[in-house]
Write a protein of this length. Structure first.
Lengths: 208, 140
């Protein structure tokens, strides 16, 4: 298992990718040790893993489903499933990637009906005279991005969120999605094209 | 480099996944191509927009609720007869391992694919290396 970890991230192509590997490897090794302890029933080790990943995992699920309550529920489910499935964690990927794989499956299987957390830019009320214009403009931009992200196909959205927000490499995103690196590249290319197209109307209105 | 190939590979560059040699060739193209340079700026602007969408913090009790559920499950499991515990453990292991096996199969594919993966060799398009070798007469 340590041999697998020694090879983890050894193959990277870009300077940014190599920098990512240099900073991630000690973390991955420490988390592997925690995961192995948790596998032996060490609840404190598992709790440490939960504390390390709860923010990132919640953020991922929130950007996937758009609803904080659903995101928190799914994050809890993902962690509990991870605890139950630790014997199946072999260390071929980082614990983080493995955890995100569980969360992605949960998210996609659940087919959460996304509840908009904010109104569409066109329906936002006109600002009160005291409301800073910049704050209002920013809210409209965020709403436009939220709407565009929401309208991406789930697999494109997942690839984009994993790479763009969770800072996973293509390789780790592929492992989390259960797809090939080539497929992730294709998903990201289409996601970015679609995002540009979906933001077109907001761009024309000067919102973004 | 043809602009079509550049546009295909720009997202890879923006994600920091492009190797240094190709990133350098791409930079040379961008320096001389206003349209592709504008496309790159557009991608970077979209990224900046995406990052305005911050996620709220998880509730303060998420970790506590997780551990409460995990502990409750562990307590229930310890009260089961040994043969039931073994069966449940085997079933859960098989379930997760099935997913991991599928992932490992993908992982094997990942290793194979990554060895020869070229971001431009998708959808039947020529690989960047092939294109560069042809268009530059074998030079890099």
């Amino acid at each position: 298992m340590m041999g697998a970890i020694a090879g983890f991230g050894a193959r990277s192509f870009s300077r940014a990718g190599r920098e990512r590997v240099v900073t991630e490897r000690p973390e991955a090794d420490a988390e592997l040790a925690l995961a192995r302890s948790a596998m032996d029933g060490d609840l404190a080790a598992f709790e440490e893993l939960v504390r390390r990943h709860q923010r990132g995992l919640f953020g991922y699920l929130y950007r996937m489903c758009g609803n904080p309550a659903d995101a928190e529920e799914m994050a809890q489910q993902a962690f509990v499933k991870a605890w139950g499935g630790l014997r199946g964690f072999r260390g071929d990927s980082s614990f983080k990637t493995w955890l995100y794989r569980i969360a992605t499956n949960l998210c996609i299987n659940r087919a959460t009906r996304r509840k908009p957390t904010c109104e569409l830019p066109e329906t936002l009320p006109a600002p009160e005279s005291s409301e800073p214009a910049e704050s209002y403009a920013r809210e409209r931009r965020i709403a436009a991005v939220r709407e565009a992200l929401d309208r991406l196909p789930a697999d494109q959205r997942a690839a984009l969120v994993l790479v763009e927000y969770q800072d996973l490499s293509y390789r780790d995103a592929a492992a989390a999605l259960g797809r090939s690196v080539r497929a992730v590249d294709s998903l990201l290319f289409r996601a970015r094209q679609n995002l540009r197209r979906l933001l077109g109307p907001a761009r024309e209105k000067g919102i973004v | 480099m043809k602009c079509k190939e550049v546009r295909r590979i720009l997202p890879v560059l923006v994600a920091g996944e492009l190797d240094d040699a190709r990133a350098e060739r791409l930079a040379r193209h961008l320096a001389g191509c206003p349209d592709c340079s504008a496309a790159r700026s557009g991608l970077e602007a979209d990224r900046a927009l995406l990052h305005e969408l911050a996620a709220p913090e998880p509730g303060p009790w998420l970790a506590a609720r997780v551990m409460a559920e995990v502990r409750a499950g562990a307590a229930r499991a310890s009260r089961r007869p040994a043969w039931v515990r073994a069966t449940v453990t085997a079933a859960v292991t098989l379930f997760v391992a099935g997913g991991v096996w599928a992932g490992a199969a993908v992982g094997a594919d990942l290793a194979d694919q990554e060895a020869g993966y070229d971001p431009l060799a998708v959808n039947g398009e020529p690989a960047l290396t092939e294109y560069v070798e042809v268009s530059l007469g074998g030079g890099r």
